[in-house]
Design a protein around this ligand. Structure first.
Ligand SMILES: Nc1ncnc2c1ncn2[C@@H]1O[C@H](COP(=O)(O)OP(=O)(O)OP(=O)(O)O)[C@@H](O)[C@H]1O
Ligand SMILES: [Mg+2]
Length: 265
């Protein structure tokens, strides 16, 4: 694919072929395949230790797979560092919230945008006019994003002082500030109370309706995944055991067996 050409709307934002990850003797992910199209809402589920977070770590460049190939908008990511994969259009949140607690809420978003908008060494050291103009633009965009997410009143706060649900929301807003084509959410409902879970469902649906972004989510709260995702993939011990619509997955014998004794499904 010619990198200068825009990605046609019908090509995947993320394509993974035959991805395997070994940690010593453990095969955490085995022969994983996925093709995520623009503007989809897709789920990745499986019991504890199934390999879900490892799939996200591989997809976002935190690990390099032992085997297999990953393409973002048709471009291979082999050997690329996470910030480079981010600049190709992938953004993520973490199972355990990772916000920068020594910075304000506003700066959490501003710094994320810096990863995306690269400056040349010269312009950043000598603070050229174009650097200052871009800085002003970054601040404006960050403030707009806080407005859109109803977080502007917390702009000067430290993230750790915010309620847990608000921190989750900020982490999602920060991920979106890098203009991703794919937003990966690793257990966004973890640790939320039931009112916050309902708000999260509304938030994710609203993002899906209003941003030009595909969403791929890992979640243990089955009601969240079943309600939001049109396609779900299920893994267990690193192997894909089922995929399909929520109804197909819910009634799949291998899925029922994998979750046996777990009443969340
Ligand atoms: N960096 C690592 N080094 C060694 N083993 C790892 C590493 N990361 C993950 N693992 C192992 O790989 C397996 C899959 O872990 P992973 O975190 O991907 O599971 P998960 O499906 O996200 O689980 P959970 O639902 O509990 O978050 C586990 O056995 C885990 O201990
Ligand atoms: Mg995990």
């Amino acid at each position: 694919m010619d990198p200068k050409q825009p990605t046609p709307d019908n090509s995947p934002v993320l394509e993974i072929r035959g991805m395997t990850q070994r940690f010593g003797g453990l095969k955490a992910v085995s022969g994983f395949n996925v093709s995520l199209m623009p503007n989809q809402l897709t789920g990745l589920i499986g019991p504890n230790g199934a390999g879900k977070t490892t799939v996200f770590n591989l997809s976002s460049g935190f690990y390099q797979p032992t085997e297999g190939a990953i393409f973002v908008n048709g471009q291979p990511t082999a050997g690329l560092k996470p910030h480079k994969v981010t600049s190709m259009g992938i953004a993520r949140t973490f199972q355990n919230i990772r916000l920068w607690n020594d910075m304000t809420v506003l700066d959490n978003i501003r710094v994320a945008q810096h990863y995306w908008l690269k400056y040349g060494f010269f312009s950043s050291v000598f603070r050229t006019r174009s650097y200052k103009e871009r800085e002003a633009q970054i601040t404006k965009e960050a403030e707009e994003l806080l407005d859109v997410f109803d977080l502007r009143q917390f702009a000067d706060e430290t993230p750790k002082n915010l309620p847990y649900g608000t921190q989750r929301k900020l982490e999602i807003a920060r991920a979106l500030s890098t203009h991703p084509k794919l937003l990966m959410l690793d257990e966004p409902a973890a640790g939320l109370n039931s009112a916050d879970v309902l708000e999260l469902i509304r938030l994710i649906r609203w993002i899906h309706d209003n941003f030009d972004v595909s969403i791929w989510m890992i979640e243990h709260h089955m009601d969240v995944v079943m309600e939001l995702c049109s396609q779900i993939k299920v893994i267990d011990f690193g192997e894909t055991i089922a995929e399909g619509t929520p109804d197909e997955v819910r009634t799949h014998p291998a899925v029922i067996t994998a979750y046996l004794g777990d009443d969340t499904i």
